[in-house]
Design a protein around this ligand. Structure first.
Ligand code: UTP
Length: 408
């Protein structure tokens, strides 16, 4: 793209500020800036115009799921089905590790964070240790696909290589990159992260499957005979991946998706909960529930809207392929965005200074058409690391790991 073409494009989009340092750049900087501008995905503008409104929910109702007591009654049966599916090579794991972990605020990929105290123990390693237990039980390796982004791909792949893939066979691990979206100020102007680089950030975790498709990985999935993909977040260090009981329960329920959930602590806990919108499964956010709905009880006296999602889902590959081209909503999220000042000096702000555009994996649930909420024990399976201290932090996750007998 030439300077004139870039200028024309940016005039059309009202973003000419991206060229303000152009004249002072050397030739390679100029080239970098022009190709950065050329690669901008402008679909964020639609979200900016309509406020990123998610589809309107109309007819919210509670959804049936499996509580721990129900699971316990059929645990052996579910486990047998799940172990068989894993042994037949039908299950793969997909680690969502493309996020920037801004709340944790450490440099580098979140999975490289060392949570050890008397030894090194990285988040990636702890999760792989959990998966290795399943592999040992089933006598079959579960392939792992790791989603990264332009921001952390090199660091992530070299970290895994340096740590010998945490004792896992290298051939069973594949990395792929997700897409990026511009980051803008509160007036919708795209920031410059460097004088020659428009600010781009990972576009959320909702595009994980389309990114896998673009990376050409579906051929690999089919060649291996995979039918189910277990996606999970990098930040939960108690994550149980390819849990045979969960796999078995989802298969037995003949649904397109299983969702690990924890029952809400109290009616107003700030988590999204699984529900139905008409006959379709959906997620209702805590702020969308009326007081009456938040406190509604089911026939057994439990909260009717109780199934809080923890970003651990089992998706049927066949259904994912059917819906991959369907649009999902783009959410606008306020974040701290690194940008240059008027002198071209980059810095990280202390407070939120703009907006990013993200699609979310939860928005795939509705498209799946059927989902099984599968309750797990919070203290055994949910220790997210979002912040350094306080709620969902390094501190709280370490305490839970110790409670579960993990030596730190
Ligand atoms: P979060 O939204 O909690 O994590 O993502 P984040 O964006 O990394 O952290 P903050 O909000 O900036 O502090 C939950 C999971 O989804 C992945 C994350 O890596 C994490 O596993 N994710 C998030 C992606 O893979 N891509 C994204 O664009 C965003």
């Amino acid at each position: 793209m030439t300077y004139e073409q870039a200028l024309q494009l940016l005039k059309e989009h009202n973003q000419t500020q991206l060229l303000r340092f152009y004249d002072g750049l050397d030739e390679s900087g100029k080239g970098r800036l022009l190709s950065g501008i050329e690669s901008i995905d402008w679909s964020f503008e639609e979200a900016l115009c309509d406020g990123g409104a998610a589809a309107q929910k109309k007819d919210i109702r509670p959804i049936d799921g499996l509580k721990i007591a129900d699971i316990d009654k059929k645990r052996a049966e579910f486990e047998e089905i799940g172990v068989k599916a894993i042994q037949e090579g039908k299950v793969a794991a997909v680690l969502l590790a493309g996020g920037m972990g801004t709340r944790l605020g450490v440099d580098g990929p979140k999975g490289c964070y060392n949570i050890g105290e008397t030894r090194d123990l990285y988040i990636f390693e702890q999760q792989m240790d959990n998966l290795k237990e399943v592999v040992k039980k089933c006598g079959k390796t579960v392939p792992v696909y790791v989603m990264t982004s332009d921001k952390n791909h090199e660091e992530t792949t070299s970290f895994w290589a340096k740590h010998d893939y945490f004792g896992y066979p290298e051939s069973e691990i594949k990395f792929f990159k997700q897409d990026m979206a511009p980051a803008v100020d509160f007036d919708g102007k795209i920031y410059l992260e460097r004088m020659d680089t428009p600010a781009l950030s990972p576009n959320g975790n909702g595009g994980w499957f389309s990114s896998m498709v673009r990376a050409g990985l579906t051929a690999d999935l089919h060649a291996r005979g995979i039918e189910w993909l277990n996606i999970y977040a990098v930040d939960n260090v108690l994550q149980r991946i390819a849990d045979p009981v969960f796999v078995g329960a989802t298969i037995e329920a003949q649904v397109n998706c299983g969702a690990k959930v924890v029952c809400k602590n109290d009616p107003y806990e700030k988590v999204g909960v699984l529900c139905k919108d008409g006959e379709m499964p959906d997620i209702v956010e805590y702020y969308e529930l009326t007081d009456e709905m938040a406190n509604q009880k089911d026939a057994s006296g439990d909260l009717a809207y109780c199934y809080g999602v923890i970003l651990n889902y089992l998706f049927k590959l066949e259904k994912l392929e059917e819906i991959v081209d369907k649009k999902i909503p783009i959410h606008i999220v306020k974040k701290k965005i690194e940008r240059v000042d008027e002198n071209g000096i980059p810095s990280k702000p202390d407070t939120e200074n703009g907006k990013k555009f993200e699609t979310l994996a939860v928005d795939l649930i509705k498209l799946m058409e059927s989902v099984l909420p599968f309750e797990v024990e919070r203290e055994k399976e949910f220790a997210p690391i979002k912040n350094k201290t306080g709620v969902d932090s390094v501190e709280s996750a370490k305490a839970l790991l110790k409670k579960n007998g993990v030596k730190l």
